[in-house]
Design a protein around this ligand. Structure first.
Ligand SMILES: Cc1ncc(COP(=O)(O)O)c(C=O)c1O
Length: 403
């Protein structure tokens, strides 16, 4: 098969005509700050994930940060209180815990599905545990029924870091609908991509007000949008004027613009041309790559779960085969790869928790050493998928010949 000369990325951006039309509408109306597109985007995203309120912000990390700070304020968490967090995730999940002066307590992940291993959570709970940061990696929801049971038993709050998982279900319930607050990212390569962006969602309307205030410098909720002082009622206007520049907590400036919301809204409206295609591509790769399962572990979907395949994770199983040999071969053939979210072996984490921190988390260590992912997004073509499969074959045939 002829070599593809452009990169098959782990994600792609390909803006639809509808996205462009919506952005043009934003430009035509000169309304860039929080307005109708942001409101529509928030509404459809909240509905799709069984939440009442969504707050659109400038990144998934910002969403996580206001989620942690909102829970900290509501439940009176103190410096040094503990939040359980998986030992494999993107750095932002645990960074936001640290940035809030809380302590992440790491728990190893499951070796088949890669999310937090619920059987290990209880032994990590101490009198200072306040919550669990559940991360739904690669497009699959964590084992929420067991996790919710533990949270109930120990009165813990749940933050869902669903930055990588949208429009997925677990046992009939939507990802993002289990926790006190759930957070999503719309950064490049994510299921919905607005360039930068994120959402914090909740079923609790009061929590929604708190989240929006935190994203708007800690402002009084009487004035969250430039439309909020448009009223003919003089009494009301006077009250708004009095309070609209009140900051009642220390917040952040995490607002996004109407342009990102317009791009996001168009994508959600066309979600049927996204998720089913990802699932179909994943099925194809699973079927074709299954011949090499003695060497690599392919992604699996938990019973009762639906996977939205933000990407296609692979772990090298055969110790004779170094991950780097395979990923270098793929990259040389223009198939982009990324390591599977190493966290505890990051230089900064090793400095903080000790050079041998990974030793306490054997599955995380195994994934950090052997895991990587490739793209599984709707902009791939069938010919490109065939090429990916052919390159795996070429690699393993050669590997077997030289053994
Ligand atoms: C699991 C997880 N959490 C948080 C984030 C942070 O999202 P953002 O890059 O939008 O800040 C990401 C981003 O890739 C992620 O994968």
């Amino acid at each position: 098969m002829e070599k593809i000369t452009y990169q098959l990325g782990v994600g792609a951006v390909n803006l639809s005509e509808k996205s462009k039309r919506y952005v043009e509408e934003v430009l035509r109306t000169n309304r860039l700050s929080y307005g109708p597109f942001s409101q529509r985007f928030e509404k459809v995203m909240a509905q799709a994930h069984d939440c009442k309120v969504a707050v659109f912000v400038n990144s998934g990390t910002s969403a996580l940060q206001i989620a942690v700070m909102a829970l900290r304020e509501k439940y009176g968490w103190q410096d040094g209180d503990e939040i359980i967090c998986p030992a494999v995730t993107f750095v932002a999940s645990s960074n936001v815990i640290l940035q809030a002066n809380l302590k992440p307590v790491f728990v190893d992940v499951d070796s088949r599905y890669y999310n937090i291993d619920p059987t290990l959570i209880e032994r990590a709970i101490t009198p200072r545990t306040r919550g669990i940061m559940v991360v739904h990696l690669f497009g699959q929801t964590a084992e929420m029924d067991v996790i919710l049971e533990i949270a109930r038993k120990y009165n813990l709050r749940i933050i869902e870091d669903s930055c990588e998982t949208m429009f997925a279900k677990y046992k009939g319930r939507s990802t993002g609908s289990f926790g006190d607050v759930s957070c999503f990212s719309t950064y490049a390569c994510h299921v919905i991509c607005t360039g930068v962006g994120g959402l914090a969602m909740t079923k609790d309307e009061e929590m929604g007000i708190l989240l929006r205030s935190l994203a708007n410098h800690g402002r009084d909720s009487i004035y969250m949008s430039i439309d909020d002082d448009k009223t003919d009622d003089a009494g009301k206007l006077g009250m708004i004027m009095e309070r609209r520049f009140n900051f009642i907590r220390m917040g952040y400036s995490y607002r996004a613009t109407e342009m990102e919301a317009a791009i996001g809204l168009a994508q959600v409206e066309d979600i049927d041309r996204n998720i089913p295609i990802r699932r179909g591509f994943a099925r194809f790769l699973l079927e074709k790559l299954s011949r090499w399962e003695k060497y690599i572990q392919l992604p699996a979907t938990m019973e009762g779960a639906e996977h939205s395949f933000m990407m296609f994770p692979i772990v090298v199983k055969d110790v004779r085969l170094k991950r780097e040999r395979l990923t270098l071969f793929l990259e040389e053939n223009n198939i982009e790869t990324r390591y599977m979210l190493p966290l505890l072996n990051q230089p900064f984490y090793k400095e903080m928790y000790g050079q041998d921190v990974e030793e306490k988390f054997p599955v995380a260590k195994w994934i950090n050493t052997n895991g990587f992912y490739i793209g599984c997004h709707p902009d791939l073509t069938q010919a490109e998928l065939d090429y990916i499969v052919a390159k795996f074959e070429e690699f393993f045939v050669e590997f077997e010949r030289n053994r």
